[in-house]
Design a protein around this ligand. Structure first.
Ligand SMILES: [Zn+2]
Length: 116
């Protein structure tokens, strides 16, 4: 069973591409793009089931971004518990002293984030 959506950008039908042209003779129109759900083989909820391309997605976001932000507003930061592992290691860099290169040792610390 094939399912379709119309591109949700309200101005999709104003974008001049040959792929949007419909109609015959002098009755031609630019029509909103019809999108096959799961067209990229992804059957999970996917933004590309609602927008024909990046340009239409961003036109939609620019037009409705404020309403979306108000609807799904974030009033405080969220936090994800993690474990941080720090590993110190000895390393060196080379420095030119005018005549020669010398090894300058330093200790580097690498931080690894592990989810809990
Ligand atoms: Zn579109």
């Amino acid at each position: 069973m094939s399912e379709y959506n119309w591109c949700h950008n309200p101005d999709c039908h104003k974008i001049e591409t040959q792929s949007r042209v419909r109609g015959t003779g002098d009755n031609k129109v630019l029509r909103t793009v019809k999108i096959k759900v799961g067209r990229y083989g992804n059957h999970q909820p996917n933004i590309w089931n609602y927008f024909c391309n990046n340009s239409c997605l961003f036109q939609f976001l620019n037009k409705f971004g404020q309403e979306i932000a108000n609807t799904y507003s974030v009033k405080q930061p969220s936090e994800t518990p993690i474990k941080v592992k720090k590993v110190k290691s000895q390393d060196y860099r080379m420095r030119y002293n005018g005549n020669d290169y010398e090894k300058i040792p330093y200790t580097s610390t690498t931080m690894t984030i592990e989810s809990k």
